[in-house]
Design a protein around this ligand. Structure first.
Ligand SMILES: C[S@@+](CC[C@H](N)C(=O)[O-])C[C@H]1O[C@@H](n2cnc3c(N)ncnc32)[C@H](O)[C@@H]1O
Length: 285
């Protein structure tokens, strides 16, 4: 009982003092994930492809690839051989390094915090792409800024995690945190910024004037022979970016995490994790 109260008080105080996993922590994590992010793309990029809409050959498009990471969406756009001017923005220098290898005149690579970029941007874009980065932003701040930098009639291609993704992962981390209270550096609150499926995403965007063009829900389950491999997948793909920063010394609690995964994530003799997401295209009237 005392242990539970101590734990809850510790969490509450951290949230009150805003001592939680923050922007800089995510940046540090993505700088590390950059080497292995291809694992994510191997499994999930076929859904990202669905938001990269066809482009007319007789038009020049000004495009923003927001939180572009290693530049998967930018590369897809270049494959279309259309007239494009792409601004690819991300705050992780190591993720951007992969994109810089492209050396393509049609792409300007911008190393910046996303919100700062949008706040100071004077240009207007025909299309904004936003792939797999919604939880790192406050959507109430972000979507009006998207609107600010988009032309009337402009389009937004978006793919993002939704509620129910990485099911039971939060419980696993809470359990390990509870059992290792002295090892907690700061908790994490990413779950608060996930929409309730595609309908939730549509509601969020509708408030800022975005109209649905097409929208779908998706779910992919990835399974592994060993619990260790599931944990490595979460860390190497960025799917659990930030969670390493919860603990003072991650290596000390790694074994506990593996044990908790063995209990919580065992399905048919394997260890399985789900990725639930929504993806589609919106437009500004
Ligand atoms: C999962 S990756 C997605 C990369 C790319 N959009 C894709 O679809 O493959 C998330 C990206 O968001 C970036 N990011 C997170 N917070 C950011 C911020 N505040 N400003 C700019 N980039 C940010 C990370 O650096 C990372 O590259």
């Amino acid at each position: 009982m005392f242990k539970t109260i101590k734990f809850l008080v510790k969490l509450a105080l951290s949230f009150m003092k805003k001592e939680v996993v923050n922007k800089e922590d995510y940046r540090t994590e993505y700088n590390k994930v950059s080497r292995t992010y291809g694992r994510w793309l191997d499994k999930m990029s076929r859904f990202t492809d669905e938001i990269v809409m066809p482009l007319e050959s007789n038009q020049t498009y000004k495009i923003l690839d927001f939180a572009c990471g290693t530049g998967y969406i930018t590369r897809k756009l270049l494959e279309k051989n259309a007239n494009v001017e792409i601004a690819a923005v991300d705050y992780s220098e190591n993720m951007l390094e992969h994109l810089r290898l492209l050396k393509n005149d049609k792409v300007s690579v911008v190393h910046s915090d996303g919100i700062k970029f949008l706040e100071s941007a004077n240009e207007k874009f025909d299309v904004v792409f936003f792939g797999w980065a919604l939880p790192y932003f406050n959507h109430k701040k972000l979507f009006p800024l998207f609107k600010k930098v988009m032309k009337a009639g402009g389009k937004l291609g978006i793919i993002c995690n939704v509620e129910g993704t990485l099911s039971r992962l939060e419980d696993i981390f809470l359990k390990v945190m509870y059992n290792n209270q002295d090892e907690i550096a700061k908790p994490m609150s990413i779950g608060f910024n996930l929409p309730a499926g595609s309908a939730g995403l549509e509601n969020w965007l509708k408030k800022y004037g975005f109209e649905k063009v097409k929208l779908s829900d998706g779910e992919v389950k990835v399974s592994f022979e060993r619990a260790e491999d599931l944990l490595d997948w979460l860390n190497e793909t960025g799917a659990a970016a930030g969670t390493k920063r919860i603990f003072k010394e991650y290596e000390k609690i790694r074994e506990d995490l593996i044990e908790a995964i063995k209990i919580e994530k065992r399905v048919n003799e394997k260890y399985e994790i789900n990725h639930k997401f929504a993806y589609g295209i919106f437009k500004l009237p």
